[in-house]
Design a protein around this ligand. Structure first.
Ligand code: NAD
Ligand code: TDX
Length: 369
């Protein structure tokens, strides 16, 4: 997407979360258009992630639920978005094991309500606005289930979600696809592998490892640590979404991945290497010691129920058709990420405060109150 497309208006749901926050920063810093964020500010969404954009002439923020039809309708009519990018979701597998309630409510029912309102909005558009509008649904590779030792998920792989989180994302993907086929809603779906980078909530593997290592606390490795994930730097994911918005075909799904497969244990050891490389930065910005033997902190703990063994994404379609390729490799992306966390511990404290005590989640289903 080019700067001269700067009249574009992006309605970004979940824009106060990890990937949405990075997407907002990209659109605004590259002057690609105006942004309106709709976010519920759950435990995972924080104003601190967007504070750098407060007061920016092309940025607005509204607190609300994607399932609130009246609000969605009003925002669509007032803002007249060129694109609606739906990042809003409950995103953590471990939490979906404790209770799937919020996952069903937001990922399925909320997405449905938002999409239905988007259909009404789009139906009344005319001319170029009608041609250009996209409902972009951001989804995950976890809908495809788990791989054996070889192979990769393509857009033709059958859905086989294993966690309540993945099942809720699969359900929303199906609804989006059905709305395009049945009602011609100009929708696109991207299914992406594990993201990493700045502003990821400290419940996901990489920030959990980094904070625990800096503090000299045990690092919980689920099972044998040999589960494989395909890691993608978050900015590369944002670029892929922008490429699909600008040039993707309506009704299509695009898989997005880093071709950076690694076992969790190897990834954790790579993070230790990055921390050692950045010992000066740790001394400059924190009170933490730098002479810790990080490896001694690893603690093998009970496995995640239903833990998918391996994910890998075949992103040849988006590479071939839209010319997208990741710019970062794992070593450069992790280096940037480690430096960001070392220099943004205050952000971590702020988003965790009164919110999450970093205890292990998802070993069992908790009774609902
Ligand atoms: P996140 O948990 O960091 O952020 C989710 C955001 O959505 C938060 O700001 C939260 O407040 C908001 N939100 C939640 N429920 C809402 C509701 N009902 N109404 C409005 N806002 C609501 O998630 P993330 O990691 O940034 O993921 C964003 C999207 O990308 C999700 O749809 C996720 O499934 C998908 N995805 C994530 C990854 C990954 O590795 N993190 C990979 C592939 C796809
Ligand atoms: O403390 C931990 N120890 C550990 O061994 C945590 C939090 C995780 N793990 C393991 C489980 C996974 O094999 O690390 C791997 C990555 O775990 P998460 O960070 O929870 O991510 P994952 O379950 O793979 O899902 C992520 O990628 C796909 C995102 O959370 C999803 O939103 C996205 O769809």
């Amino acid at each position: 997407m080019k700067k001269n497309e700067s009249h574009r208006r992006f309605l970004v749901t979940g824009g106060a979360g990890f990937i949405g926050g990075n997407f907002v920063a990209k659109v605004l810093s590259e002057e690609l258009g105006e942004v309106l964020v709709l976010d519920k500010f759950t435990y995972a969404g924080h104003r601190a992630t967007l504070s750098g954009w407060e007061g920016h002439r092309a940025f607005r923020l509204v607190e609300g639920d994607i399932g609130d039809r009246k609000l969605a309708r009003q925002l669509l009519l007032d803002f007249q978005p060129t694109y609606l990018v739906n990042f809003a979701a409950e995103s953590h597998v471990d939490r979906s094991i404790e209770s799937a309630d919020d996952f069903i409510a937001t990922n399925i029912v909320g997405t449905y309500a938002l999409m239905d309102e988007a259909l009404s909005y789009w139906s009344d558009l005319t001319g170029e606005a009608r041609q250009t509008f996209r409902f972009h649904h951001v989804s995950t590779d976890e809908v495809y289930g788990s791989l054996g030792a070889t192979g990769a998920f393509s857009e033709r792989t059958a859905y086989a979600p294993n966690s309540p989180y993945a099942a809720s994302k699969a359900a929303s993907d199906h609804l989006v696809r059905a709305y395009e086929r049945t009602h011609q809603l100009p929708a696109v779906v991207t299914n992406c592998s594990n993201n990493y980078g700045p502003y990821q909530f400290p419940e996901k593997l990489i920030p959990v490892v980094l904070l625990s290592a800096l503090e000299g606390k045990p690092i919980p490795v689920y099972g044998d640590g040999l589960n494989v994930r395909d890691w993608l730097y978050v900015e590369d994911h944002c670029d892929a979404i922008l490429a699909v918005l600008a040039h993707g075909n309506v009704g299509e799904t695009y898989n997005v991945g880093g071709r950076a497969e690694m076992t969790n244990l190897d990834l954790i050891h790579t993070l230790f290497d990055c921390l050692r490389d950045q010992a000066d930065l740790i001394r400059e910005h924190t009170e933490y010691p730098t002479d810790i033997d990080y490896r001694s902190l690893i603690e093998f703990v009970a496995d995640r129920p239903g833990h998918d063994r391996r994910y890998a994404i075949d992103s040849s379609k988006i590479q071939r058709e839209l010319g997208w390729t990741p710019k970062e490799n794992l070593r450069t992306g992790l280096g940037k990420t480690v430096a960001w966390y070392i220099t943004h511990l205050e952000w971590c404290r702020e988003v965790l405060k009164d919110n999450y005590d970093r205890r292990r989640l998802g070993l069992e289903k908790k009774a609902q109150s």
